[in-house]
Design a protein. Structure first.
Length: 197
């Protein structure tokens, strides 16, 4: 491999080192700002390093057919240390502000969607529920009133039958009285047994 290709590979690896540092800062600030649980951090670290390794090797494959030489690690080291020495403090602040802006924007979009979509839908649902309640009350009252009108003639017929059955009721009165006395006696016996138990 000639010197120009080696120089291009070193420059590419330096850019990869810068990108790795930037991605690490974004990941670190985001996990802190979004309060990621501590038990998730090792898995996220593994995912970061796997993605970084895959990215570096894909770039290396495209730039010098995947040859791993000492200058590759040298370029990565220069890029990472250069980033953390020069750019990291500014990028941490910038990422924090960007996340705050994104949070504020998403909160604004949520409140706007809630005001324009969710609240009107809830209002319509509540209005429909009240209208259905009123409709139910009116329907029930109408049915009761109609039923009362329909059964009014049967009430007169029932009173007439009650009067006509007076002789039969008088004849059956002793039987009804005997039944009531028998029932009362059974209740007294049951109460006595309950008190003893």
């Amino acid at each position: 491999m000639n010197a120009a290709a080696q120089g291009m590979t070193i420059a590419t690896m330096m850019l990869c080192g810068l990108a790795m540092g930037l991605a690490f800062d974004v990941y670190r600030v985001a996990s802190h700002r979004f309060h990621v649980a501590r038990w998730l951090l090792p898995a996220l670290d593994v995912a970061y390093w796997a993605a970084a390794t895959l990215g570096v090797f894909s770039v290396l494959l495209a730039s010098n057919q995947g040859e791993v030489r000492m200058y590759v690690f040298l370029g990565l080291g220069i890029g990472v240390t250069g980033y953390f020495g020069l750019l990291s403090p500014w990028m941490v602040r910038f990422t924090g502000k960007l996340i705050d802006i994104m949070k504020s924007l998403s909160l604004f979009v949520w409140r706007l969607a809630r005001a324009l979509l969710i609240v009107p839908v809830l209002w319509v649902v509540r209005l429909l529920a009240k209208l259905l309640d009123i409709l139910f009350v009116v329907t029930a009252a109408t049915l009761l009133w109609t039923g009362k009108l329909l059964f009014k003639p049967f009430g007169a017929l029932g009173r007439w039958l009650w009067i006509k059955l007076l002789p039969a009721r008088r004849r059956l009165a002793p039987v009804a009285d005997a039944y009531r006395r028998f029932r009362d006696r059974l209740r007294q016996i049951r109460d006595i047994f309950r008190k003893k138990s």
